[in-house]
Design a protein around this ligand. Structure first.
Ligand SMILES: Cc1ncc(COP(=O)(O)O)c(C=O)c1O
Length: 363
């Protein structure tokens, strides 16, 4: 069982690394946070000014604009959705509301899964899972499930990119009806053939599966904080009993409603990310400087193999104004692991060029 860690750092903190490595700070292209490189949908930014006169008012207590987004975009009934201040709020709510005291998490995976259980006085069972091909998941799950209340599944998993089929999760939930399956689909809209994996569908709701979905990554609204938990209405009612009112702000719920009209932006994003993911994967998988896992979403996990210290890479990139995620603080990643987002064509080209220059320098 893992010890609690409150000192965990997320991505997006270049100043920390500039200071730690003794490099004078400068503006960076941030590959450490996996947010849509197109920026927020223009439909949202254009409507934004019109809402400024309304901020003296309370938003709806339950973030009704977010519920309407899921109804329009995914055909989900409003009683099967709970809106939150980012999916993080709901990841922390679930263990409290569902009284989950023991949960299993893959190592590596998103740190806040473990923390949400530990802060609820529970315990975490970590199991090593560094593959990203989904094979072997079933066997591991069957072995672990009798010992726990809940299993966290990042789908795709951050940072490995591992994907589990929706069919596989549904079958496991049926086989273990008294266990909870906490499925995080924060990055699912970046995945090709999303429907093979996603449970965001009215026919795929089960009372022992809670899906966490984020609107901050795919729609580049990280500062606005928007997300949801999706489940069978019975489970949503249990979660709602423990939920604070008004955690979705008025501009956030207005934005969510606008997102339901952003089909062109969604298509543009998928076209860009699919193309860039291919190019970056080809580069990373062939690079003599790293061992990379094949990506499935908008980020790549790799192990730096060119020198014995990842700081050499972080320094070389920071001095070129490029910032990647030091992944050494993920549980289960021993060694020089790093993660980088797939951004726009120009930014990705700059990162590739920096790696090519480094090939010459470390020779
Ligand atoms: C895998 C994963 N899930 C959930 C979140 C939380 O996203 P948000 O609270 O912005 O919806 C993050 C944020 O980095 C993440 O990486």
């Amino acid at each position: 069982m893992a010890a609690e860690s409150n000192t965990h750092r997320h991505g997006g903190q270049p100043l920390y690394d500039f200071q730690r490595l003794g490099i004078p700070p400068r503006p960076v292209i941030d590959f450490s946070v996996n947010v849509n490189p197109l920026g927020p949908p223009p439909e949202v930014t254009e409507a934004w000014n019109g809402w400024r006169h309304d901020i003296h008012s309370y938003p709806s207590p339950d973030g009704a604009g977010v519920l309407r987004f899921y109804q329009k975009r995914f055909g989900l009934a409003m009683d099967s959705v709970l809106a939150g201040n980012g999916s993080t709020e709901l990841i922390y709510l679930a263990p409290r509301a569902l009284d989950l005291k023991t949960a299993a998490v893959a190592a590596p995976s998103f740190h806040d899964y473990s923390r949400s259980i530990l802060l609820n006085g529970g315990q975490i069972l970590e199991f090593p899972d560094l593959e990203n091909n989904g094979e072997g998941w079933e066997k591991k799950a069957i072995k672990i499930l009798p010992q726990i209340d809940a299993l966290f599944i990042g789908n795709p998993n951050n940072p490995t990119g591992q994907l589990i089929s929706a069919e596989g999760i549904l079958a496991m939930a049926e086989r273990f009806p008294d266990k909870f399956f906490l499925v995080d689909e924060a990055f699912i809209q970046f995945v090709e053939n999303r429907c093979r994996y996603s449970l965001l569908h009215p026919d795929r709701l089960r009372s022992n599966i809670v899906v966490f979905h984020s609107l901050t990554k795919f729609y580049a609204l990280a500062g606005l904080r928007l997300g949801a938990a999706i489940s069978h209405p019975e489970t949503i009612a249990r979660l709602r009993k423990h939920k604070e009112p008004w955690s979705v702000s008025l501009p956030a719920e207005r934005s969510a409603e606008v997102l339901a009209t952003c089909e062109t932006y969604e298509e543009k994003t998928c076209t860009l990310i699919n193309k860039e993911r291919q190019a970056m994967a080809k580069f990373a998988l062939q690079s003599p400087l790293m061992e990379a896992l094949p990506p499935t979403a908008n980020f790549i996990l790799a192990r730096w193999t060119a020198t014995s210290d990842l700081d050499n890479l972080l320094c070389a990139l920071l001095t070129r104004g490029l910032y990647i995620r030091d992944a050494r603080n993920f549980c289960g990643l021993t060694g020089n692991w790093f993660r980088f987002a797939i951004l726009g064509e120009k930014e990705n080209e700059l990162l590739r060029r920096a790696f090519l220059q480094l090939e010459k320098e470390v020779r």
